[in-house]
Design a protein around this ligand. Structure first.
Ligand code: PLP
Length: 382
């Protein structure tokens, strides 16, 4: 047990120790922690759907029809018609033939990648890729090459040197990067993947619900849905629910039902959450432009805060304010908390060394007053 103490102590000294802090209340855009109400700029509930009454109604109906739990994995008796209804809906939304639900984005990535790649293959992943993608790659046994963040030339060099040595090669990226808030150069990546005869897998966790006229994601809105083989994403962020999906070809989905271990050996998501996910997709289909108005708000906020001299990156609803040192990022986060604002510091190892940041994530649930409070706080702290 001594080793655990030692490692925790090291984290404490580096300013990277994490701990939990329960909310006693949460609604879209607000939480209550330690008896204090805070405006929440740290959730991924970008459209405020997690508290949308239309989702609640579907949840209650599904509970009454199917019960609280699904009782078993999909391949046993937990496979409900409502799972298939969601899969059809998300496949169509993403412009792909078929889709498969996974129990979370993490489980999707650690299930899909080892099922489609093996130790004879190579995987080229953007340096900023999410931990779940990296864990999936490790499980696959494939040889990993990391290309510099959004650096198409670096990827091209790696492919030129390495492609011919491997049976199959998979390019892995996010479409909207979770910690940098910037967008992958999808068109150029797709051109390279075709030139070098690779497959491509895109994680749309932060793009789904936000990019595209109805929130179809970046792959679809850039017209690349037929050229990217594996389009993965989650229901847990902008869509306000829980779970994840892979949208792909009929063949790939039929294959994964047989070979993706995180799909096979886990109980099916409960019907209530599936119903919530269906309801949020229906809202997206009925209301175009939700993401667009969020992105306009984010753009204005980014300009305003960088106008005070803060270093900001990204071009999405995720607005990282780069601080540098881990301890400084914690200090600023604490100061924001004193002003009634929850903006969590994101520190190494989640982000590269010396690039600790305050990650502001904007939601349509944030009122004008909430946004003004945030702007006022950054003006004062600058
Ligand atoms: C959040 C996230 C995941 C994990 O999704 P969960 O459903 O929360 O497990 C995977 N990939 C990316 C890029 C994410 O941001």
């Amino acid at each position: 047990m001594e080793r655990f103490e030692k490692l925790l102590k090291k984290r404490l000294e580096e300013g990277t120790l994490r701990s939990l802090s329960p909310c006693t209340f949460r609604n879209s855009g607000v939480i209550q922690q330690n008896g204090r109400k805070l405006i929440d700029f740290s959730s991924n509930d970008y459209l405020g759907f997690s508290n949308d009454k239309r989702l609640f109604k579907s949840v209650v109906k599904a509970l009454e029809t199917y019960g609280a739990g699904s009782g078993a994995s999909r391949l046993m008796s937990g496979d409900l018609d409502i799972h298939h209804a969601l899969e059809e809906k998300i496949a169509c939304f993403k412009g792909k033939e078929k889709a498969l639900i996974f129990n979370s984005g993490y489980q999707a990535n650690i299930g899909i990648i080892p099922a489609i790649c093996n130790r004879h293959d190579a995987i080229l992943a953007d340096r900023a890729c999410h931990a779940s993608q990296l864990d999936g790659i490790e499980l696959s046994g494939a040889k990993l090459f990391r290309f510099r963040h959004n650096d198409v030339d670096h990827l091209k060099d790696l492919l030129a040197k390495e492609r011919s040595k491997f049976e199959q090669t998979l390019i892995v990226t996010e479409s909207v990067f979770s910690m940098d808030g910037d967008l992958a150069p999808l068109k150029s990546l797709v051109e390279l993947k075709e030139q070098f005869n690779c497959w491509m897998m895109v994680d749309e966790a932060h793009a789904t619900g936000v990019f595209g006229n109805h929130g179809e994601g970046l792959v679809f809105s850039e017209g690349l849905n037929e050229r990217v083989e594996f389009v993965m994403g989650t229901f847990s962020k902008a869509l306000g629910g829980f779970g994840a999906y892979l949208a792909s070809s009929r063949l790939v989905i039929d294959y994964l039902v047989n070979f993706a271990r995180s799909f096979i050996f886990s109980t099916a998501l409960p019907p209530s959450i599936i119903a919530a996910n269906i309801a949020s997709l229906e809202i997206c289909q009925e209301t175009p432009g939700l993401g667009r108005s969020l992105l306009e708000k984010a753009n204005n906020l980014r300009k305003t805060i960088s106008g005070f001299g803060w270093k900001i990156c990204g071009e999405s609803q995720i607005i990282p304010v780069i601080i540098g040192g881990s301890k400084d990022s914690v200090m600023y986060s604490d100061k924001l908390k004193e002003k009634g604002l929850k903006v969590v510091p994101v520190r190494p190892p989640t982000v590269p060394e010396a690039s600790a940041r305050l990650r502001i994530s904007l939601s349509l649930a944030h009122s004008e007053t909430a946004i003004s409070t945030l702007i006022g706080a950054f003006r004062e702290l600058s």
